[in-house]
Design a protein around this ligand. Structure first.
Ligand code: AMP
Length: 877
C-alpha cells in the first residue's frame, strides 16, 4: 500500500471560519434548544450566545485585541464554557488552567504564555501571583449585563490561535502547544461525519479543561446543536457519578479515557446503554474493548497527540480482537518512519509522524524543541510541517494504523500525559536525593502506578520511612499535579544500567506493595504531625488508641470536640484551621498532611462543601447559634447520594474577619457566596435555629434579585415577633406576660422529660445570672481567649442582629422542620410564629428529638429522609 493512498484525505473545509462561528450557526438554527446543562441549570443556545457575546464585548472594553492571550482558571460550570466562547469571540486565545493544578504551575503557564488577563472567580481571587490582570467572572457577568448581546467585530481569522495548551515537559517545565482555528474547525467537521453526531444527541463532558480532548467534549456538541451536559470535577473523577448521569440523563455520546471507562465498569455497569463511546487519550486494551462493545451502540477508538489538534486517527471498533487506531481524519496524513526517515509503507514498525492541517504552530517560545519535533515534510506537499509523535506504529496492508506504545519516556497514567523526565527533574531538586528514575509500572494490568527509584546521599536503601516519603510527595505536590506524584518510592544503592551505560529500566525491581499498609488494621503514627494529631484526638475524644485512617465522624466526632481539637492544634502549632477542614481531612493521616502543607491556602469562606457531590439541586444550610456547620454532617451523609449539601459558617470564626451584627448584612454576605458558587440556581436554603432567621432574610434578598428560590426551610427556628417597634411599656407588659406563660408551662415540660427540663432551666438561669453579673461587674469578668473569645464575640453580634431584625411578610412558603420534643414555652407551638411572614404558607414536618438533638443519631436518619423528600418535591415546582 502506498502512503499516498493512505493519506488521501483531502476535503474542502472553511479555512477562514473561526471555531465560534460553528457555534453561532447552531445558535441561529436552534435558539431555544438547550445548549448547556450543569446540574439543574440549563442554558439555551440563544442564552449562551448572548452571554458569550456580552462577555466578549466586556473583554474588548477591557482592551483585549485580536491575538492577545487570556488565562482561564474557572471551576467546571456553564460559565466556564461561556467564557471560552467569549474569549475566542473577543479575538483572544485562551490558556486553559485547571484550578486544581498547583499554584506554581499555573503561575508558570500565565507567565510563559504572556497572558494579558486571567479570568478566574472570587473563589480564587488574588490567589495567583503573576503579571496578569485578574478579572473575576462574577464581575464580568454583572458588568456585561448591560452590554449589547452582539458579537464584537474582532476580525478573527482561521489562522489565529484558539488556545495554548500546556503539556508535561521532559526537561522539567510544561510546554505550550499552539492550536489555530482552522485546524480545530477541520477536526470538528471531520468528527461530525465520523464518528458522527447530530442535534438530537446529548453529550457529557468529563475531561479536564487542561487536556485537549476537552475541546471535543465542548465544541463538538455545540457545533451541531446538541445538548452538552457538563460534569463538575468531582463527578468527572467518580466512575459511579459519571455512570449515574449517563443512565439518568440519557447521554448518547460520551468521550472518556480507558481509565474512566474502567472506573465505570468497576462500579457495576453491566447493562447495554444506547450510547456511542469515544475512547481516546491512551491505548484501548482488548478486554476493555470487548466490554464496551457489549454494552454500547458504537465504540470508537481515537488517537492523536495535543500537537496535531486533539485526534488524528480514528477507528470504529467492532471486534475486540482487532483494535487499531484506524484511518486519519480529514486533511491529515500519517507516515511511519525508521530512524533514517524512510517511509515504511510495508508494515514495518517505526515512529508515527503526523502531517496535515491539524499540525500545531509548535510549542510557544521553544525553537529548539520545535526544530526537533516539528520537521519539514520530506514526503509530499500536503503540509509544510509534520510532527514526530514519539509513538511506535505500524501500517496494516489495508491502511489501518496500529499504535504500539512509546519510544521515549512519556507515559499515560489515568489518561494523563506525563513526561517522566519532569517528575525526575523535580525529585532531583530534593537535597537528600542523589539519582532518580521514575517509571510507570503496570503490575496490575490496566492500572499503571508511578514508581520512583532513588539513590540517597546517605546511602539508605529499602523502604523510605513515611516522613521521608511525605516530604518528597509534598515537595512534588507544590510543583506538579497530583496525578504526577509517584505512589511508591524504592531506595536502591545504585540505579541499574545496561552494558552501554544507559539506565536499564527493565531491571528496576517490582516494589514490595505489601509494605504499604492499606487495611482495617491499626496504623500507628508515622510522622510528627500524625503523632501530634492523634494525641490531640485521643485526649479530646477520650479514646485510647486511634488508627491513622480512623475517621473523625465515624469515631463520633461532633462540633464541640472539633472546636477543642482545632483550638489545641492552634495552641501547639500556631496554625488556625477552620472546623470545616475536618470534612475533607477527616482522618488523622489527612489532617496531619494538611498541617504539613503550606498554611497560606487555608480557606475561611463561609461556604463550606459538606457533601458537594451529586446532580440534585444543592441545599445550603446556615449555621445555628453554634456558628459552625459540622453539626450538619450526619444529616448530609444520610441524604441521597446525589444530594449536594453545603454549609454556611459564621464570618469571623477565624478570629480575623470582623463579625457582622446586622441581619441584612449577614444574609447578604452568605447570598454573595452562594451566588458566586452558583450564579443561576435554582436554590434551596435552610437554616438551623438562629440560622433559620438568616435563611429567611437570604431568601428575601434572593427573591428581590430575581433568583429562583425553590425551597426555604427552617430547622426548628422560632420567629420571635420583633419587639423593636413596640413602645417600651407595651413591650414590658408583653415580656412579663410571656414570662408568666413560660413559668406556667414548665410543669408540662417537666412531666414530659424531667431530667432534660431541669438541665435546660438551670442552664438558662445560670446564663441569665451571668449576664447580669457581667453587666454589674465588667472588670471582674475574666476575658476569654483564642477561639472561645472570637466565637463569643460572633455569638453576641448574631444575637444583637436577631434582636434588631424586623421580620416582614415575604411571598414564600416555609418548610418548617419542628422538633417533636419541646424545650421551652412558645407563643405559637404550631407554626413557631411564622404564619404572618410566609405569605404562601407554612408546612410543618415533625422530626424526632428536641432542638439540640435533631441532627444526632438516630434522629438524623429520619430527618434526612423527610428533608430529602421535601427537596425532591420542591425541585418539581
Ligand atoms: P495527548 O497529547 O495527551 O492527547 O497524548 C497523546 C499521546 O497519547 C499519543 O502520542 C499516544 O501516545 C497516546 N494516545 C492517545 N490516544 C491513543 C489511543 N487511542 N491509542 C493509543 N495511544 C493513544
Amino acid at each position: 500500500m502506498e502512503a499516498t493512498i493512505l493519506n488521501d484525505t483531502t476535503v474542502d473545509y472553511p479555512k477562514d471560519k473561526p471555531l465560534f462561528e460553528l457555534f453561532n450557526e447552531s445558535a441561529q438554527a436552534y435558539p431555544d434548544k438547550v445548549a448547556i446543562r450543569f446540574y439543574d441549570r440549563t442554558l439555551t443556545y440563544a442564552e449562551t450566545e448572548a452571554s458569550a457575546n456580552r462577555i466578549a464585548q466586556f473583554l474588548v472594553q477591557k482592551g483585549i485585541k485580536r491575538g492577545d492571550i487570556i488565562g482561564m482558571a474557572l471551576d467546571r460550570s456553564a460559565e466556564m464554557i461561556i467564557t471560552l466562547l467569549a474569549i475566542m469571540k473577543s479575538g483572544a486565545a485562551y490558556v486553559p488552567l485547571d484550578p486544581e493544578y498547583p499554584k506554581d504551575r499555573i503561575e508558570f503557564m500565565l507567565e510563559d504564555s504572556g497572558a494579558k488577563i486571567l479570568i478566574t472567580s472570587t473563589k480564587y481571587a488574588g490567589h495567583y501571583a503573576a503579571n496578569t490582570t485578574e478579572i473575576l467572572i462574577e464581575d464580568a457577568l454583572a458588568e456585561s449585563a448591560s452590554l449589547p448581546p452582539t458579537q464584537p467585530d474582532a476580525g478573527v481569522r482561521g489562522t489565529d490561535l484558539i488556545y495554548i495548551l500546556y503539556t508535561s515537559g521532559s526537561t522539567g517545565k510544561p510546554k505550550g502547544v499552539q492550536i489555530v482555528h482552522h485546524a480545530f474547525v477541520n477536526f470538528l467537521l471531520s468528527c461530525q461525519k465520523q464518528p458522527g453526531i447530530t442535534s438530537a444527541d446529548k453529550t457529557l463532558a468529563v475531561a479536564t479543561i487542561s487536556f485537549d480532548i476537552a475541546g471535543l467534549d465542548i465544541y463538538l456538541p455545540l457545533s451541531v446543536g446538541a445538548e452538552l451536559v457538563v460534569a463538575d470535577s468531582l463527578v468527572a473523577k467518580d466512575g459511579r457519578a459519571v455512570l449515574d448521569i449517563v443512565r439518568t440523563q440519557g447521554i448518547t455520546i460520551l468521550q472518556a479515557t480507558p481509565y474512566t471507562w474502567r472506573m465505570m465498569l468497576e462500579v457495576g455497569w453491566e447493562e447495554k446503554l444506547p450510547m456511542k463511546v469515544f475512547t481516546g487519550g491512551e491505548a484501548l486494551a482488548k478486554d476493555l474493548a470487548a466490554k464496551l462493545i457489549d454494552r454500547c451502540n458504537e465504540v470508537w477508538n481515537l488517537y492523536g497527540p495535543t500537537e496535531t489538534t486533539v485526534y488524528s486517527v480514528i477507528k470504529h471498533v467492532t471486534d475486540a480482537e482487532d483494535v487499531t487506531v484506524g484511518w486519519p481524519v480529514d486533511n491529515t496524513q500519517i507516515y511511519i518512519v525508521d530512524e533514517a526517515m524512510n517511509n515504511l509503507t510495508n508494515g514495518e514498525i517505526g515512529e508515527i509522524l503526523i502531517g496535515g492541517v491539524g499540525v500545531s504552530l509548535g510549542y510557544l517560545n521553544r525553537p529548539e524543541l520545535n526544530a526537533e519535533k516539528f520537521i519539514d515534510n520530506p514526503f509530499d506537499n500536503k503540509s509544510p510541517k509534520i510532527y514526530r509523535t514519539g509513538d511506535l506504529g505500524q501500517l496494516r496492508p489495508d491502511g489501518e494504523v496500529i499504535c504500539l506504545g512509546r519510544i521515549d519516556h512519556q507515559v499515560k497514567v489515568r489518561g494523563y500525559r506525563i513526561e517522566l523526565g519532569e517528575i525526575e527533574y523535580q525529585l532531583g531538586q530534593q537535597p537528600d536525593i542523589k539519582d532518580v528514575v521514575v517509571i510507570a509500572r503496570e503490575d496490575t494490568p490496566g492500572y499503571p502506578r508511578l514508581v520512583a527509584y532513588l539513590t540517597l546521599r546517605n546511602g539508605q536503601t529499602g523502604h523510605p520511612d513515611a516522613e521521608q516519603q511525605n516530604a518528597w510527595q509534598n515537595a512534588l505536590l507544590a510543583e506538579l499535579p497530583e496525578y504526577m506524584v509517584p505512589d511508591d518510592f524504592v531506595l536502591l544503592d545504585t540505579i541499574p544500567s545496561t552494558p552501554n551505560g544507559k539506565i536499564d529500566r527493565k531491571a528496576l525491581p517490582k516494589p514490595d506493595y505489601g509494605h504499604i499498609v492499606r487495611s482495617d488494621a491499626y496504623i500507628a503514627p508515622r510522622t510528627a504531625n500524625e503523632r501530634l494529631v492523634s494525641e490531640i484526638w485521643q485526649e479530646m475524644m477520650g479514646l485510647e488508641k486511634i488508627s491513622m485512617d480512623d475517621n473523625f465522624f465515624q469515631l463520633g466526632g461532633r462540633s464541640l470536640v472539633a472546636v477543642k481539637i482545632m483550638a489545641k492544634i492552634e495552641e501547639k502549632t500556631g496554625l488556625r484551621l477552620p472546623l470545616a477542614t475536618l470534612f475533607e481531612h477527616s482522618t488523622v493521616e489527612k489532617l496531619a498532611i494538611r498541617l504539613d502543607s503550606n498554611s497560606d491556602v487555608i480557606s475561611w469562606d463561609s461556604l463550606v462543601p459538606i457533601k458537594p457531590k451529586g446532580s440534585k439541586m444543592p441545599l445550603y444550610i446556615v449555621h445555628g447559634a453554634g456558628l459552625n456547620v459540622l453539626l450538619f454532617n450526619a444529616l448530609a451523609m444520610n441524604m441521597d447520594d446525589e444530594q449536594p449539601v453545603y454549609g454556611l459558617q459564621a464570618r469571623g470564626i477565624n478570629g480575623v474577619d470582623e463579625p457582622l451584627d446586622v441581619m441584612e448584612e449577614i444574609a447578604a454576605n452568605y447570598v454573595e457566596e452562594i451566588v458566586n458558587h452558583d450564579p443561576v440556581g435554582p436554590y434551596a436554603v435552610a437554616g438551623y435555629s438562629l440560622g433559620g432567621m438568616i435563611a429567611y432574610e437570604m431568601a428575601k434578598q434572593m427573591l428581590a434579585m430575581g433568583k429562583d428560590v425553590k425551597m426555604l426551610a427552617m430547622f426548628d427556628t422560632y420567629a420571635d415577633q420583633t419587639k423593636i417597634h413596640t413602645p417600651p411599656v407595651i413591650r414590658f407588659v408583653k415580656d412579663v406576660w410571656h414570662l408568666i406563660k413560660q413559668i406556667a408551662y414548665t410543669p408540662v415540660l417537666f412531666v414530659q422529660d424531667p431530667k432534660r427540663t431541669v438541665e435546660y432551666k438551670s442552664r438558662e438561669i445560670g446564663r441569665r445570672i451571668q449576664k447580669v453579673y457581667k453587666k454589674m461587674f465588667p472588670h471582674k469578668v475574666k476575658k476569654k481567649e483564642g477561639f472561645a473569645a472570637y466565637t463569643n464575640e460572633i455569638h453576641e453580634k448574631s444575637e444583637a442582629a436577631q434582636r434588631n431584625y424586623m421580620l416582614v411578610p415575604v411571598d414564600i412558603k416555609i418548610e418548617l422542620f419542628r422538633a417533636k420534643k419541646k424545650t421551652f414555652y412558645m407563643n405559637d407551638f404550631k407554626n413557631l410564629g411564622w404564619t404572618p411572614f410566609a405569605l404562601k404558607g407554612v408546612r410543618v414536618h415533625d422530626i424526632p428529638g428536641e432542638h439540640n438533638t435533631i441532627f444526632a443519631p438516630p434522629n438524623d436518619k429520619q430527618f434526612a429522609e423527610v428533608l430529602q423528600k421535601c427537596l425532591d418535591e420542591a425541585v418539581k415546582q
